[in-house]
Each structure stands twice: as C-alpha cells, then as structure tokens.
Design a protein around this ligand. Structure first.
Ligand code: SPV
Ligand code: MG
Length: 290
C-alpha cells in the first residue's frame, strides 16, 4: 500500500491538474473520499467554523490536531493540513510536523502571515506578512524535522492578499522553493485569476503550484489546466453546503413543529450507519464477543 505522504508527493508532481476538496471533521473527510477526490484539504476556516470559532487561531493547535486525527483515521487518501502560520515561530512548526507525522498526516501548508492569522477574505489592516527570511526559517525547520522524506511542506504566500507586488511575491516564492518547499500555494482574493496567471507566466521553478479558486470560482478549470497548475483546493464548499442544509432543516422543523416535511432535506438513518461502518463492528462482534 502506497504511503499517504508518497501519494501526496506524487499528486503534487504529476503533470495532471488534481483537485482536493475541503473537509472539517471525520464525516466530511469520508464524504470527500467517497466522492472520488484523491485528497482532503483540512481547511483552517472550515474546522474553526465547525467548532463555532473564528479563523483567527481561536482553536488551539492541539484542538486542530485532534480534529485532524479523526479526519485522517477515517480516510485512505492523503490529507493536507492547513497549518495556518505554523501556530507560532519555527519551533512551533517543528513540533507541529513531529505530531503530524506521528498521526500519518501526509503534509502541511504554512503561510507567510503573522500569528494569530486572519482569514484572507476578511478585509482589514491586520493582514500582516512576516518577513521572507523568518518564513524561510519555518520551511527549513519543517523540512529538517520530518522523518519521512515524502512528507510534504506546502509554502503559501499571502503576498497578493496584502497587495504586495508581483515581483515581491515571486521573489518570496523563489526563496520558499529554494528553502525546500514541496509546493507553493499562491492565494488571491480577486474575482478574476489575473494575479495567478501573471505569477504563473513568470514562475520558472520546478516547484509545483497550488491555488484556491474561491473568489475567482467562475473561471473555467481549463484555464488552470493550460497554466500548468498542479493542484486546486476547493477550500470551503462542504462547510457552506452543510450550513445551508442545516439552516433549511432547522427552520422547517421549527416552523412546522414537526419533522414530517423534511425527508427531502435529510438522509435516512441507514446512511448514517453506513458512513460509520456499523457493519464492520457487527462482524467483529461475531468474532470477538462471547
Ligand atoms: C482555508 O481553507 O482555511 C484557507 C483558504 O486557508 S482561505 O479561507 O481561502 O484562506
Ligand atoms: Mg486557512
């Protein structure tokens, strides 16, 4: 069986454009896998939102780790953790990588902002970049810590999010790649892929490129295929789908004082049991219970 780390590395380096979908708990991770995706994006935004907190490192890193453990235990495909800024400095990154490897997580993405981070789509002045040098130290620390040479460290630049120039963003990413990053994630909050296209045209490193087309979701996927993008992260869509469905269901039940009119909004109980793999426990009981 191929290791999750090796599979993630293969996906990043394959010629084809691949897609990971977001998940935020064990159940949604399983749903991503069953849909056919080759990997899971463990989104910081989605995990924190599902815990009822903001995407500002309000959930501690060990609380995130606990959720990630449930997610990764429930899937065979690789999981790429959105590790925000690494939850501190290089030393926190080292400990994070150690704990992720102990849990068989395939890789981590860290971004060049300051801790505590702010979500990239919230416009305010606290979107602050760290120095390229400090971030290079984090990448090197992560790569020096990992024991499995296939564990992947994705370096994410928020250069465009904080309105830095193409030149500076490129310069940063060259440094990140040279520091050992296995891939570069270039984020943009524009409604068009213009920054990504401009970046990709000048990017002459072999390091694969990952993008998150949330704000420029209307762009046809063929555009990214031609651009030589390696991996697309659909970063928050199961969270947003579940919010809508839960709101509809809650409101219907509230207004009806009944659950009679919601069958088209919910799955049958047997689907819950299937996703929990109840059958396996029944079989095991036959073997192990007197
Ligand atoms: C996440 O999914 O938490 C991300 C992507 O970091 S974004 O929310 O677009 O910043
Ligand atoms: Mg995030």
């Amino acid at each position: 069986m191929v290791k999750k780390t090796t599979e993630l590395k293969r996906i990043l380096h394959s010629k084809a454009l691949d897609f990971f979908l977001e998940a935020h708990n064990g159940l949604s991770a399983k749903i991503v896998e069953e849909a056919g995706f080759p990997g899971v994006w463990a989104s910081g935004l989605s995990i924190s939102a599902s815990l009822g907190v903001r995407d500002n490192n309000e959930a501690s890193w060990t609380q995130i780790l606990e959720v990630v453990e449930f997610m990764n235990d429930n899937i065979k495909i690789p999981l790429l953790l959105d590790g925000d800024t690494g939850y501190g400095n290089f030393n926190n990154v080292r400990r994070l990588v150690k704990k992720l490897e102990q849990r068989d997580v395939a890789g981590v993405c860290i971004e060049d902002k300051l801790f505590p981070k702010q979500n990239s789509f919230i416009n305010d002045e606290r979107q602050l970049l760290t120095s390229a040098e400090e971030f290079v130290g984090k990448i090197k620390a992560a790569k020096d810590t990992q024991k499995d040479s296939d564990f992947c460290v994705v370096a994410r630049t928020e250069g465009f999010i904080v309105d830095r120039s193409l030149e500076e963003t490129l310069e940063r990413c060259v440094m990140y790649s040279e520091a050992g990053a296995d891939a570069i994630l270039v984020h943009s909050k524009l409604s068009t892929p213009d920054q990504i296209i401009a970046f990709e045209k000048k990017w002459d490193k072999h390091c694969p490129i990952v993008i998150v087309p949330t704000s420029y979701a209307q762009t046809p996927t063929s555009v990214f295929e031609k651009l030589d993008i390696s991996l697309i992260l659909w970063a928050n869509h199961l969270l947003r789908a579940s919010i809508l469905q839960m709101q509809r269901t809650a409101s219907q039940i509230y207004h009806d004082h009944s659950t009679q009119n919601i069958d088209n909004l919910i799955v049958p109980m047997k689907e819950v049991f299937r996703l929990q793999n109840v059958e396996e426990l029944k079989t095991a009981e036959e073997i192990y219970l007197p």
